[in-house]
Design a protein around this ligand. Structure first.
Ligand code: FAD
Length: 405
C-alpha cells in the first residue's frame, strides 16, 4: 500500500487539522494522566464537540450518529488529534469495546437508548470481565447469574475494572451454567452500575491514582432484556469485545522516540549533550526502527479494515511491541535524567513529566488487554502456526474443574 495521503486523504487531513486548530483546547489536559475524574467535565465537553462535528467514531454509520467515514479517515484524524492536549480516554472502553458489543447483540430499542449518549460523552461504560480467578483466562469467570423468572440474580466479584467508579453502565460476563465446559456456560449482560447490589471499591495504584476497581455483586437483579446474545453464548460475545479491545490497545500511544530525542538534547551528561551519547543514540535508533515496524503493522490492519476484512492476529504484535518499547523508553529517560527523574510535577519536569508518568503506566499496559505472554502465545499459535498451549480444562464441565470446588 502507498503510505502517502491520496489527494482526498490530504484534503480530509487539512480539514481535520483546521477544525482542531479552531476548536481543540490548547492546554489544560495533560498527557499520561490516570483517569481519576478530575478532568472529566473538560473531557465530556470535548467529546460532545467532537461528536457534533463528526469526528467521534468516524467509521460509525450515520444512523448511529457517526459520519460514516473510512478507517483511513479515522487514523488520519487520530494522528492529527494526537498533536493537541485533548483527552478522550474516559470514553475509549465504552466506544471502543462496550458499545460495539451492544450494537452487535442488543435489540433496536436498547441500541437507540445507549449509542447516542455514549458517542456524545454523556454516559460512560466499563468492561466487567476479569476476576480474581482469571484475567488472561476470561473464560474462568465465576460470577454467577441465576435465572429467576424474567430476571437474573447476580452474585460474585470482578476486578481491575477500569473506570467502574465513573461509569453509568457496564457489560458483564457471567456464568450461567456450571454443567458444561467453561467456554459454553457463560452469558453476557449490560448492567446499570448504580443498581442495588453493586459495590465499587477503588484499587490504589503506584501512580497515586485509582483508575480501576474491584466490583462486588450481591443479589443484584437484572432483567432478561439486558442479555446480550443467547444464553450460553457469552464467550462468543466476549470475543467480539476482545477483538475490538486489541484493535484499540495496539495503537501507539504515549511518548515517541522524537520526544526522547528532544529530551536528550536538553540533558547534559559528562559535559556533552545526551543526544551525542553513543549508548542513547543506539537506543533511539532501535526505537525508531521499532516504531516504523509498528506503523507498518498497523497499516496492515488498516488495509484489511478498509477492504472490509477482519484484522488478523498480527495486531497482537503491535500490542506487545508498543507496550515494551514505551516501557524501555521511559526507563532510559529516567536513567538519563538521573536524580531529576523524580520530579513529576508537570509544570517543572521536561515534557510535562510525560516519561515519569510513562514509567508508572507501562507495566499496566503490558498486562491490560492481554499480557505479553498471552500475546506471544497468540503470535506463536496463530501467526507462526506453532503447537497450541496446553489447555487441560477446555472440555471439562465447569463444576468439575478443581478450582471451582
Ligand atoms: C491498567 C489495567 C486496566 C485493566 N482494565 C480492565 C477492565 O477494564 N476490565 C477488565 O475486565 N479487566 C481489566 N484489566 C485486567 C486485565 O485484563 C488482566 O489483568 C489481564 O488479562 C491479565 O489477567 P490477570 O491479571 O488475572 O493475570 P493472570 O491471568 O493470572 O496471569 C498471571 C501471569 O501468568 C501469565 N500467564 C497466564 N496464562 C498464561 C498462559 N496460558 N501462558 C503463559 N503465561 C500465562 C500471565 O502472562 C501473567 O504474567 C486491566 C488490567 C490493567 C493492568
Amino acid at each position: 500500500m502507498d503510505f502517502t495521503d491520496t489527494p482526498e486523504e490530504a484534503a480530509y487531513r487539512e480539514k481535520a487539522r483546521a477544525w482542531l486548530i479552531a476548536n481543540a483546547p490548547k492546554q489544560g489536559l495533560k498527557p499520561g494522566r490516570d483517569h481519576d475524574g478530575s478532568d472529566l467535565a473538560e473531557a465530556r465537553a470535548w467529546q460532545t464537540k467532537k461528536a457534533a462535528a463528526g469526528y467521534a467514531q468516524i467509521t460509525w454509520p450515520k444512523e448511529w450518529g457517526g459520519p460514516g467515514g473510512t478507517p483511513i479517515q479515522s487514523v488520519i484524524y487520530a494522528q492529527e488529534e494526537a498533536k493537541f492536549a485533548v483527552n478522550s480516554g474516559y470514553f475509549l472502553i465504552g466506544l471502543g469495546m462496550c458499545i460495539p458489543t451492544v450494537m452487535a447483540f442488543a435489540d433496536e430499542e436498547t441500541k437507540k437508548r445507549f449509542v447516542g449518549p455514549a458517542l456524545r460523552g454523556e454516559e460512560i461504560w466499563c468492561q466487567l470481565f476479569s476476576e480474581p480467578s482469571g484475567g488472561s483466562d476470561a473464560a474462568a469467570a465465576r460470577t454467577r447469574a441465576v435465572r429467576d423468572g424474567d430476571e437474573w440474580v447476580i452474585n460474585g466479584q470482578k476486578i481491575w475494572t477500569s473506570g467502574a467508579h465513573l461509569s453509568d453502565y457496564g457489560i458483564l460476563l457471567a456464568r450461567t451454567d456450571i454443567d458444561v465446559p467453561k467456554h459454553k456456560g457463560m452469558t453476557m449482560f449490560w448492567i446499570d452500575m448504580r443498581s442495588p447490589g453493586v459495590e465499587i471499591r477503588p484499587i490504589h495504584q503506584m501512580s497515586g491514582a485509582s483508575g480501576f476497581n474491584e466490583v462486588f455483586f450481591t443479589d443484584m437483579r437484572i432483567k432478561d432484556s439486558q442479555r446480550l446474545g443467547p444464553v450460553g453464548d457469552g464467550w462468543k460475545v466476549a470475543i467480539v469485545t476482545l477483538m475490538n479491545e486489541r484493535l484499540s490497545v495496539g495503537d501507539i500511544r504515549g511518548l515517541d522516540p522524537a520526544q526522547f530525542l528532544r529530551l536528550a538534547r536538553e540533558v547534559t551528561i559528562g559535559g556533552e549533550s545526551a543526544a551525542r551519547n553513543h549508548a542513547f543514540r543506539e537506543k533511539i535508533a532501535d526505537w525508531y526502527v521499532q516504531f516504523e515496524g509498528l506503523k507498518h503493522t498497523r497499516m496492515r490492519t488498516i488495509t484489511s479494515l478498509s477492504r472490509g476484512q477482519t484484522p488478523g492476529p498480527e495486531n497482537s504484535i503491535g500490542k506487545v511491541v508498543a507496550a515494551n518499547v514505551a516501557q524501555e523508553m521511559a526507563r532510559e529517560a529516567m536513567e538519563m535524567l538521573d536524580q531529576f527523574g523524580i520530579i513529576n510535577d508537570p509544570s517543572l519536569a521536561p515534557l510535562a513529566a510525560g516519561f515519569q508518568n510513562q514509567v508508572l503506566a507501562t507495566p499496566g499496559n503490558r498486562i491490560a488487554g492481554g499480557t505479553d505472554e498471552i500475546m506471544r502465545n497468540i503470535i506463536a499459535e496463530r501467526v507462526l502456526g506453532l503447537p497450541g498451549d496446553v489447555r487441560l480444562d477446555k472440555d471439562v464441565a465447569f463444576k468439575d474443574i478443581p478450582s471451582w470446588r
